[in-house]
Design a protein around this ligand. Structure first.
Ligand code: 2NL
Length: 344
């Protein structure tokens, strides 16, 4: 029995020596030290031994078991150290290399310009109202004093979905909806920014889809001088405190009287240059006093309430302010173009 135990130790030593991974090592442990292994067998057979032999063999069996256990543990530590070494080698990183630059997003220039206009008017007590781009003919035209036979309603000029549904051609329908929702009671002070659509061939100054920002202020005793005051504040905010404005007579179906607003040229200060084409003035937006028919159709009594309205193209504002020569730049999303204005 003694020889058998010593032989087991020899055999285990050989096996452990040649084991080169953790799986094989575990198999060796089960084979030699497991419940059905040879050492357990020896210990189970102790009963058949003489009284003198028992402590000697028992001691030896324990020694052999411990010795094999120690061998296995030493080998395991060796294999694990080697595995760790290999892992460290393969995952080696050079912490002195420069990091990858994180690309951060930013606002589109048009979004920034619209935000700037919104912020100003919010400061003047206006709310921002947004609504559908697919609109009913009634709100887009009828409610804005553009009757059925009006030339602006030409099928050729708008994207119609059905006979009385179309892509809105301006943001005014949202103003008409807001007026209607107030059920004839003022004040209404809103600005409506958003996308609008016209059937047009795209070129440097035309886009079939573009942005509009309209403003509307309806209350008792609203006068053209209120419009002039608000537009002066707007012009100075967007183009510099030295700006002056002038109003020229114009025509829109939804306002009477109608005006166009120019600002004194921000480049030459009014002397005449290429930006203002020698005139000293730059056209910025259209405006006017809300037509009595528009007020009436949206439930307001024009003998009690009056109001002013204005509309502008944020693309034009941005093109003037930042010297952009082609409206298509806003919609073709060339990142090199957009990045120039990521702090605007
Ligand atoms: C322009 C001119 C304008 C309006 C828009 C408006 C809206 C309502 C009632 C009356 Cl609900 N008017 N909007 C008025 C005058 C001019 O836009 O040149 N836009 C780019």
């Amino acid at each position: 029995m003694k020889e058998k135990l010593l032989e087991l130790r020899e055999k285990a030593l050989e096996n452990v020596k040649s084991a080169d991974d953790l799986k094989k090592l575990q198999d060796i442990r089960v084979n030699f030290l497991g419940k059905k292994g040879p050492i357990t067998e020896v210990l189970k057979g102790m009963g058949k031994l003489t009284k003198e032999e028992r402590p000697v063999i028992g001691q030896l069996a324990n020694d052999v078991r411990n010795a094999i256990g120690t061998l296995i543990e030493e080998k395991r530590a060796e294999i694990e150290a080697r595995l760790l070494e290999r892992k460290l080698e393969s995952e080696k990183i050079d912490v002195t290399l420069p990091g990858r630059k994180v690309q951060t997003g930013s606002h589109h220039l048009l979004a920034s310009v619209i935000r700037e206009v919104e912020d100003l008017f919010i400061g003047l007590g206006f709310s921002v109202a947004e609504g559908p781009e697919v609109e009913e003919d009634y709100y887009n035209f009828e409610a804005l004093n553009l009757p059925k036979d009006h030339p602006a309603r030409d099928m050729q000029d708008s994207f119609y979905i059905t006979e009385d549904i179309l892509m809105r051609t301006h943001t005014s329908p949202m103003q008409a909806r807001t007026l209607e929702a107030h059920k004839g009671k003022g004040p209404v002070k809103i600005i409506c920014p958003g996308k609008v659509y016209r059937r047009d061939n795209d070129d440097a100054t035309h886009s079939h889809q573009f942005m509009q920002i309209e403003g509307l202020c309806v209350d008792k005793n609203i006068r053209l001088s209120d419009l002039k005051g608000v537009l002066t504040v707007f012009a100075k905010h967007m183009f510099g405190a030295e700006r002056e404005i002038r109003l020229r007579p114009s025509f829109f179906p939804f306002t009477e009287p109608s005006v166009e607003m120019d600002i004194s040229c921000f480049r030459c200060g009014g002397h005449g240059c290429s930006v203002c084409k020698g005139t000293g003035w730059i056209e910025i937006l259209g405006a006017g006093m809300v037509h009595p028919n528009v007020l009436r159709m949206s439930g307001f009594d024009p003998s009690v309430y009056t109001g002013f309205a204005f509309g502008m193209g944020p693309e034009r504002i941005a093109m003037l302010k930042y010297g952009i020569e082609d409206i298509r730049h806003f919609y073709t999303d060339d990142i090199r173009f957009l990045k120039q204005f990521d702090r605007a």
